[in-house]
Ligand binder design. Sequence first.
Ligand code: HQG
Length: 183
Amino acid sequence: MSKRIVTISKFMSKYLRHEPETLGLKLEPGGWVMIADLLEGAGKLGFPITEEELLQVVAENDKQRFALDETATKIRANQGHSTSVDLQLVEVEPPTELYHGTVRKFLDAILIEGLKKMDRHDVHLSKDVETAAKVGERRGKPVILVVDSQGMASDGYQFRLSENGVWLTDHVPPMYLRLMEDS
Ligand code: HQG
């Protein structure tokens, strides 16, 4: 992926997840915006992007962060929002366990308060240890927490699955968390 495409991807994450209003956008239910409006807003802000570049970002993005609607006129970020949005994801039965990658300095707080959304719209969980390790590595040496998602589900907690395979929930209380050995 070229440097330009990575830069555009970061630009799109910023405005589709965090501050759409700066580009004159309002997220529709599901998090969608018109591609034409996004391109126009980017141009006005002094960061012109072509439609071809935008489509290349959607297609090549390493984590499939963006999706087009079925008419390919709208785009959204699949997850990662901080701005208020209803992604209209349906509740899904989670696997037995899910994983969360973090770093040691957050552990004390997490084991007391559980996993919180912090600045995001949801708590993000990974379906496998490898992915969780990559998430944790963004901040240092990763530490993996195992989430008893089956236990949570049977206690009535809801899970949603983003289009790019990230599991989302509101809060993971500490009783459902255990530190993975060797992490
Ligand atoms: C920690 C990236 C103290 C939590 C990734 C994490 C993911 C607490 C940080 C996605 C806490 C929040 C999300 C508590 C949680 N006390 N710290 N009670 N509860 N934390 O970035 O899960 O590249 O908002 O462990 O790959 O790291 O953006 O969440 O370290 O999929 O597409 O607070 O973002 O994807 O950090 O990452 P984040 P995350 P993208």
